[in-house]
Design a protein around this ligand. Structure first.
Ligand SMILES: Nc1ncnc2c1ncn2[C@@H]1O[C@H](COP(=O)(O)OP(=O)(O)OP(=O)(O)O)[C@@H](O)[C@H]1O
Ligand SMILES: [Mg+2]
Length: 113
């Protein structure tokens, strides 16, 4: 199992969600966050407006997936989030040792899917 953490531009969230749904990935956690990438202190656009601030509003998407869904999830996030400009976001893939569904006590592949 893997845990995918992606930071994307807030206005691309609907496209990312749609691409994930199309890839049959429907479980996710979404949080509003502040972040900065390698242009720290430089100009970046936020909703098409140039912004010269260090921390820019991003959306964090977290998804726990079975191994066979990792590539599909990453591709879907890219498809939904990419504009080709700086600040499009970043995707981290972490090993996920355990997952438990609280209601049933199921663990692992069954619980995550
Ligand atoms: N190394 C990192 N560690 C933690 N968070 C990061 C890291 N790099 C990027 N992020 C997060 O991802 C968001 C988007 O990053 P961003 O797309 O600007 O990455 P970048 O490396 O600067 O690439 P680009 O040159 O395309 O802008 C940041 O605002 C921050 O929240
Ligand atoms: Mg950047």
């Amino acid at each position: 199992m893997k845990y995918i953490i992606a930071m994307v531009q807030p206005h691309k969230l609907p496209d990312v969600k749609q691409a994930l749904f199309d890839a049959e990935i429907r479980k996710m956690t979404v949080t509003n966050v502040l972040g900065c990438g390698q242009q720290s202190g430089y100009e970046e656009t936020y909703r098409g407006v140039p912004a010269e601030i260090n921390l820019i509003k991003k959306v964090k998407i977290e998804i726990g997936v079975n191994d066979e869904y990792v590539d599909k999830a990453v591709e879907a996030i890219i498809k939904g989030a990419k504009t080709g400009n700086i600040g499009d976001g970043k995707i981290f893939v972490l090993d996920l040792p355990q997952c438990t569904r609280i209601r049933t006590g199921e663990t692992g592949d069954i619980a995550i899917g």
